[in-house]
Write a protein that binds this ligand. Structure first.
Ligand SMILES: C[S@@+](CC[C@H](N)C(=O)[O-])C[C@H]1O[C@@H](n2cnc3c(N)ncnc32)[C@H](O)[C@@H]1O
Length: 289
């Protein structure tokens, strides 16, 4: 190519800038927890109100919500922890419940929603826009693996925390029996499938580092979640509903039986006296700003 030709290339006018296509904000229906998935999740919690009793104790132990604190919860549509957190922070505190699925949000008890210190917002965690340094604590259980942009999500949580504030995320981690249960069974049989981003411990630390957390104030702990039932059949029914394992054809009984078989394949099930215990161990990512 001659020098003239090269110059011509360099000085050639840039093509007119193409305008960016309008960014579509995700609709709540883009999320998994709609239709049968939301309905069956709700039924699982209503039909077996004691199955997750240990979860409340674990939330109190790790999140430890105190009177007067400002707490942000995300992916809280099932409503399971909402009453306990609202009562713990009390009228001098503030509790903001966020959830992307309006259908699941319906499960937050009305008496909790009516409390003057409880506020709600339909949003995914990666879209939260709270003023900087608003919260003492941020929290979620089993929601973070659904978040498509985890880097953005942790950055926004970090920004929303006050200095000294703490983020507590209970979630499924890579390489655990629970991750195998979700990947081998839930992803296969759940009516919506289960595309999920389970963190490795390394990635969790990296996310916190990128968001601005001091790494000496980040830790990951095993959380011994247990679900408790009167019988194995109840256990199978609860998980069948909680994970909406209705994708392949069959009667509900056949679908519950299949759920039970795959549960026993991937997770520990044991009898403790009269109680049938399913070990559903997550890990806690705890980071202080
Ligand atoms: C397995 S459920 C757990 C619900 C509740 N935390 C509990 O423990 O019962 C997962 C939750 O994460 C929510 N979720 C899905 N994508 C999300 C996102 N991007 N940001 C926040 N929450 C999300 C779902 O709508 C659902 O409420």
């Amino acid at each position: 190519m001659t020098i003239e030709n090269e110059k011509a290339l360099i000085t050639r006018e840039a093509p007119p800038r193409r305008t960016k296509p309008p960014q579509r904000r995700r609709r709540p229906t883009d999320y998994l927890f709609t239709g049968a998935r939301a309905q069956l999740f709700k039924e699982a919690i209503e039909d077996y109100p004691d199955a997750r009793r240990d979860d409340l104790a674990l939330m109190r132990k790790y999140l430890d919500p105190q009177p007067g604190e400002h707490v942000l919860g995300f992916g809280e549509g099932s409503g399971y922890f909402c009453r306990a957190i609202a009562e713990a922070v009390g009228p001098t505190g503030k509790y903001i419940i966020t959830e992307p699925s309006p259908e699941l949000f319906c499960n937050v008890p009305q008496e909790v929603l009516d409390l003057p210190h409880v506020f709600t917002e339909i949003t995914a965690v990666e879209d939260i826009e709270f003023p900087e340094a608003s919260f003492d604590k941020a929290w979620a259980c089993g929601a973070f693996h659904h978040c498509p942009n985890q880097t953005e999500a942790i950055s926004r949580i970090f920004r929303a925390l006050k200095p000294g504030g703490t983020m507590v995320l209970f979630d499924v981690f890579q390489g655990t029996p629970l991750a195998r249960h979700f990947d081998a069974s839930v992803a296969r049989y759940c009516v919506t499938g289960h595309e999920a981003k389970f963190m490795s411990e390394e990635f969790a630390h990296t996310l916190c580092f990128l968001a601005g957390f001091d790494e000496s104030k980040v830790r990951i702990e095993e959380v011994p979640h247990r679900f408790c039932f009167d019988s194995e059949w109840d256990m199978g029914t609860f998980i069948y509903k909680m994970h909406a394992m209705i994708r392949p054809p069959g009667t509900p009984e056949e679908q519950i039986a299949r759920t039970l078989t795959s549960l026993k394949e991937h997770l520990a099930v044991e009898r403790q006296g009269e109680t049938c215990v399913l070990h559903f161990d997550q890990k806690a990512l705890i980071a202080t700003k």
